[in-house]
Design a protein around this ligand. Structure first.
Ligand SMILES: [Zn+2]
Length: 380
């Protein structure tokens, strides 16, 4: 079956199926690898895909021409839609809007209420959890909960694994307590730190990492130690985690949640443009790593897209916010390239809910709860 008929077939399936897939024996995955890069923390088109003004020249001038460039991806103007980071990320992962609820009343943490791409993928194919990865920043613990969702969908058995400093600290504290080499008072402090890390998940459920991910952290600890002072910080840390993950864990699906352009909330525009340039450098490293590795070369689709836009009002007291439902906060973009992806510019508007079903079609499964449909014209 060619890709187009698969896509149409999967849409038919979506209409016909009221319940999740029947239990099937899972085939081994033989499709393309997918690296989904959230160009995140909310960015505007002006500083990213504008040909002359971009702070991400590698993205705009080298990557966009390699595949399908969608300059007009939009977050729908539905009642209740918030143009923000967790929300936009869950739109990308579920192919729906408002597919989340607050994890607890006291915090603004969200958990998905519909299946995520991680769950669809691991439900459809026999892929171990360490090959379905989410790489996350340190100061957004709310995004620790996107690896599996609530309710009666696929859930924890089909989660991805998470690579983040939060997860590293869980590993490191467990090792330090097991080794018992430190003085008693330090060990007491580490036990308290570990308790706080564990209770960060209000669901009371922090699944243990697989042996492969534990080995990943053992190597990380050897290289960067216990202090947290040697490893890269901010979005450079996410690039480091992702590059090492590609080399060591060989994920079939990897999502990288870049975030640092969001520091512009505090009012300094140069933090924002510098953060965009740092993500662009990260893209260079990840694409170079994929192009140099036989496991990824010619077998990997990159999908690069922001979580949300930002305001464009130059008169605002603090410009570049994104919570006020302005038009440009709804305006994003996407770049897709790799085997099976067409080359060209899609010059009509595309909805953000199309990203998940497009990735699903590329990987050969149906995101049957997605509201959007796979992007016409993105495939060869
Ligand atoms: Zn923000």
């Amino acid at each position: 079956m060619d890709r187009r008929s698969f896509t149409l077939g999967s849409l038919g399936l979506a209409a016909g199926l009221a319940t999740p897939f029947p239990a099937l024996s899972q085939p081994v995955y033989s499709g393309p690898n997918v690296i989904l890069v959230r160009f995140g923390g909310g960015v505007r088109r002006a500083e990213t895909i504008d040909e002359a003004a971009t702070w991400a020249p590698y993205l705009r001038h080298s990557l966009a021409p390699r595949g399908t460039f969608i300059p007009d991806l939009r977050i729908d103007r539905l009642e209740g839609v918030n143009t923000s980071h967790a929300e936009g990320t869950l739109n990308l992962l579920t192919g729906r809007y408002l597919a989340y609820r607050k994890l607890d009343a006291a915090s603004d943490r969200l958990e998905p209420t519909e299946p995520t791409l991680f769950e669809y993928l691991r439900r459809s194919f026999d892929i171990p959890s360490h090959q379905v990865l989410l790489v996350n920043g340190e100061d957004r613990p709310q995004e620790e909960f996107f690896t599996f969702g609530a309710g009666d969908h696929f859930g924890v058995a089909h989660r991805s694994e998470m690579l983040s400093l939060h997860r590293y600290k869980l590993y490191r504290s467990a090792m330090q307590l097991a080794e018992g080499r430190l003085p008693e008072d330090q060990l007491r402090g580490i036990a308290q730190e570990r308790q706080a890390l564990l209770t960060a998940d209000a669901r009371g459920e922090t699944p243990a990492p697989s042996p492969e991910v534990q080995a990943f952290w053992a190597r990380w600890r050897q290289d960067f130690g216990d202090t947290g002072l040697k490893n890269p910080r901010g979005d450079r840390l996410l690039t480091e985690l992702s590059a090492r993950a590609l080399a060591e864990l060989k994920p079939r699906f990897l999502m990288v949640n870049y975030q640092d352009p969001d520091y512009v909330h505090w009012g300094n525009a140069s933090h924002y443009t510098r953060a965009i340039a740092i993500i662009d450098e990260g893209l260079q490293r990840l694409v170079a790593a994929a192009d140099a590795d036989p496991f990824y070369r010619d077998r990997t689709i990159f999908v690069i897209t922001p979580d949300c836009g930002r305001d464009a009002n130059p008169l605002a007291e603090v410009p570049f916010q994104h919570h006020f439902n302005s038009r440009s906060a709804h305006e994003t973009w996407a770049v897709l390239f790799g085997p099976g992806i067409a080359r060209g510019v899609i010059d009509t508007p595309v909805d953000q809910s199309a990203i998940a079903p497009t990735i699903a079609a590329a990987m050969g499964f149906a995101a049957h709860r997605a509201e959007g449909s796979a992007i016409e014209g993105a495939f060869l």
